[in-house]
Design a protein around this ligand. Structure first.
Ligand code: ADP
Ligand code: MG
Length: 604
């Protein structure tokens, strides 16, 4: 008989097609297509059909020749991610300009009262000023007036310029001063206020104003005031030039939305924690009350909003009431998100602390049977719901050459990280945890400030390079590659993603080192964390060290560095881990689909 195992995942719908003769399966072909709709919903049927069709075509078979389709019990879990900043950047009593004009003038730090260029003649000798130069005053006039003022004994300690004139002005000055130019919203710069300006040498970054104590020194701030300007200094980190202006209290109002508390309801006890305390504390609480039955956020707080949105989304997708949706696992991750800074005048961002959350909910089990019945009607083949995903995945993983019981697997997909363990005697124990490939992509997107996911997904999957000239690139590892023909001009001086379809330049001006660091950290935070906690949960003793062999399966195990990061982390527990090779042909893919076929033989 011909049997098809079909695994409906968050990202992919995979098929394994086999012929059973006298209880022995012979695999014929595989199929893989993107999952249609949200996992565990009726929309999946199109994808199921397309995936099956793909395998059938390869095997030269038709749907009519299939005797049985087995789908995974995908219903109980859906993963989703949400990201919420835990604080809001608000600046009181200060205005700042921190940006990277291409040609700031001069060098060093200057402090003084802001004064409009047209009023500088009213300034008495020995007063310190920072002069503000709007667009309608050209560089010749500006430099002449500054020179005259300096000659009069006025300490002109810096300039803020609207045009791109920093270098031109500076070249004509008798005394060099730091000049920040290209300040588009110059009318917003308050006049008559105490200001500090800093310009770093080419290739360097500001040091005094990116340090809260540096600002405190300049403005003679109290420790309470210093605390308030931390977001300013943070926002200025990495800039070549910066301006901070001290404005009177009350100019910019302060408002804060509390991060909030979450309550984790475990089977035997509850835990209440502040999201403010960070991801580690949340994860420790999850661990201490496991198994988790539901998680609730405090109303009117960021945490409450985040969890209720997850619940609402899941309710909509599964056609049920929000209060019926139980969150059964969370993965919390510390991250940063760029936030628009209030009080900024050049559209400054600061990197704010945030907690990213992947939630896993328990949905309606009947849903899957319904999909099975509908599919049966549509294709005219008997359809049954096979076993739990992770239980199937381990059966598939055991077809990896060189693997044997006892064995544990980690299935790293898009929405969830699943683990299963099979003992020497064949007993299987499994767990499904929130957070996987989608979470990695989301973290990359938010930390680099992308509001769509296509670029971040490619940044996750492929290595980077810097196009140094049109004839050479420098790879991440430092090696240089030369080309005979010139590269596309659009890639010049850009950081590019080396996709299988060619180089894709990354928008924005993040350095290659930063993108790489963000990428690797996101992978570590999600997959190393989940690998360890999932193994802890399936280990018969609760101790990761009591597991010896682990194979990695799922789409994220195809990644060029995730298996390495996980393997290295597990090596510390003396675990031998490596990527699976399902049926010696599929790599880490198709484990669940293959398992669905094999489980049929065991049951029969
Ligand atoms: P699911 O079982 O949830 O459908 P899969 O096992 O298909 O998930 O894995 C999907 C995940 O694998 C996605 O997050 C995707 O970004 C990631 N992925 C797929 N191919 C690659 C690749 N070549 N390199 C890195 N990650 C990959
Ligand atoms: Mg999967």
């Amino acid at each position: 008989m011909i049997i098809a195992g079909i695994d409906i995942g968050n990202a992919s719908t995979e098929t394994a097609l086999a012929r059973y003769t006298n209880g022995t399966p012979q695999f014929l072909a595989s199929g893989i297509v993107p999952t249609t709709g949200m996992k565990g919903t009726r929309q999946n049927i199109h994808g199921i059909f397309a995936s099956l069709k793909q395998a059938l075509t390869q095997a030269g078979l038709t749907v009519e020749e299939v005797d049985l389709i087995r789908i995974n019990e995908a219903a109980p879990v859906i993963g989703d991610v949400a990201m919420e900043t835990i604080t809001e950047t608000i600046i009181t009593e200060s205005t700042m300009i921190g940006h990277n004009p291409s040609t700031p003038g001069g060098l060093g730090t200057g402090v003084g009262t802001t004064v409009h260029m047209r009023n500088i003649d009213k300034i008495a000798p020995h007063e310190s000023v920072i002069v503000i130069i709007p667009r309608d005053i050209d560089f010749e006039t500006s430099s002449r007036i500054i020179n005259e003022s300096l000659a009069r004994g006025v300490y002109v300690n810096g300039a803020i310029v609207q045009r791109d004139d920093g270098v031109l002005i500076n070249n004509r000055l008798n005394k060099k001063i730091p000049i920040v130019d290209e300040v588009s919203l110059i009318d917003k710069v308050p006049l008559g206020m105490w200001a500090a300006i800093e310009v770093a040498a080419p290739g360097n970054v500001v040091e005094q104003l990116s340090n809260p104590y540096g600002i405190a020194t300049v403005f003679d701030l109290s420790s309470e005031e210093t605390k308030q300007i931390v977001p300013i200094s943070r926002a200025l980190i990495g800039n070549r030039s910066a301006v901070v202006i001290k404005t009177p209290a009350g100019d910019v109002k302060e408002r804060k939305i509390p991060a909030g508390k979450i309550t984790i309801h475990g089977k035997h006890k509850n835990a209440v924690i502040n999201i403010d305390d960070g991801a580690d504390v949340v994860m420790e609480a999850i661990r201490s009350v496991a198994p988790v039955e539901d998680v609730e956020g405090e109303a009117g707080t960021n945490a409450g909003g985040m969890l209720e949105r997850v619940r609402q989304t899941m309710a909509n997708l599964t056609d049920s009431k929000p209060n019926k949706i139980k969150i059964q696992d969370l993965l919390a991750v510390d991250t940063f998100v760029p936030q628009n800074v209030k009080g900024g005048v050049a559209e400054e961002f600061s990197m704010e602390n945030a907690v990213g959350i992947a939630a896993m909910v328990r949905a309606d089990k009947l849903q899957m049977d319904q999909i099975a019945r509908e599919l049966e009607k549509e294709v005219g083949v008997k359809v049954e719901v096979g076993g739990v995903e992770a239980d199937m995945a381990i059966r598939g993983a055991l077809t990896t050459p060189g693997s044997n019981k006892p064995l544990a697997i980690i299935d790293m997909g898009a929405g969830s990280t699943d683990a299963a363990i099979v003992s020497g005697s064949g007993e299987i124990h499994s767990i499904h945890l929130a957070g996987a490939g989608n979470m990695v992509t989301l973290l990359i997107a938010s930390e680099l400030g992308f509001d769509e996911l296509a670029f971040p997904e490619d940044i996750k999957k492929y290595p980077l390079a810097k196009v140094e000239t049109l004839f050479n690139i420098r790879h991440e590892d430092g090696t240089v590659e030369f080309y005979d023909k010139p590269l596309d001009a659009s890639t010049f001086a850009k950081v590019v993603i080396l996709t299988p379809n060619g180089m894709v330049p990354i928008p924005g001006n993040h350095s290659m080192e930063r993108i790489r660091a963000v990428r690797r950290e996101a992978k570590t935070k999600v997959f190393v964390t989940n690998a360890i906690r999932s193994l802890e949960r399936v280990s018969p003793t609760g101790n990761v060290r009591d597991i010896q062999f682990v194979t990695l399966v799922g789409g994220s195990a195809l990644d060029f560095e995730i298996p390495q990061l996980v393997t290295d982390a597990l090596a510390q527990f003396s675990i031998v881990a490596g990527r699976a090779n399902i049926r010696a042909t599929e790599g880490p893919r198709n484990a669940v689909a293959t398992g669905l076929v094999l489980a049929y033989g065991e049951e029969a």
